[in-house]
Design a protein around this ligand. Structure first.
Ligand SMILES: CC(C)(COP(=O)(O)OP(=O)(O)OC[C@H]1O[C@@H](n2cnc3c(N)ncnc32)[C@H](O)[C@@H]1OP(=O)(O)O)[C@@H](O)C(=O)NCCC(=O)NCCS
Length: 129
């Protein structure tokens, strides 16, 4: 998996239990994955169509770094599916712990918001095995 984004868990990101708020984590994942999908598909016009089941496996406390990783699961005609992992990083021990996993699907759209094909070379690159 590739490192897509790093964030620092700050006070403003916490929920009432003192853990990183789930909705903040989802926003980070969506942003990191959208940026990755745009780069892979050579188009900034990628919209999120589905975020799969999200498993929050471990709490994240203030001061931890969050590293968001991703890879391409598949590229369809107009859609791309990414596997995403968020890991917390302990700067003292350099240890990474998996905190959250999901899959996320983006669709390439035109100016009218209609789905349009992802460029053929991208589809061939990720589907040729
Ligand atoms: C993205 C959008 C244009 C797709 O329109 P649509 O009529 O569903 O288009 P299609 O049925 O042709 O599907 C387009 C692609 O998305 C995929 N797709 C659509 N819904 C999906 C779902 N729930 N799960 C997985 N893939 C899905 C289809 O399989 C298809 O992929 P393919 O071309 O690679 O085979 C439309 O759903 C939309 O505008 N959604 C809102 C996007 C948005 O605002 N996102 C921000 C979230 S707040």
């Amino acid at each position: 998996m590739e490192l897509l984004m790093q964030k620092l868990c700050m006070g403003k990101d916490l929920g009432i239990h003192g853990n990183l708020f789930g909705g903040i984590m989802l926003a980070w994942i969506d942003e990191a994955a959208a940026s990755y999908a745009a780069a892979i598909c050579h188009s900034p016009n990628m919209v999120t169509v589905k975020i799969d089941e999200v498993n929050f496996k471990k709490p994240v406390k203030i001061g931890f770094q969050i590293r968001i990783y991703g890879d391409v699961e598949k590229v369809g005609n107009t859609s791309i599916t990414l596997n995403i992992e968020a890991r917390k990083y302990n700067v003292y021990s350099a240890e990474e712990t998996l905190v959250c996993t999901t899959k996320i699907v983006f669709v390439r759209i035109d100016e009218a918001g209609e789905a349009i094909p992802i460029p053929q070379p991208v589809r061939e690159r990720y589907n040729a095995t």
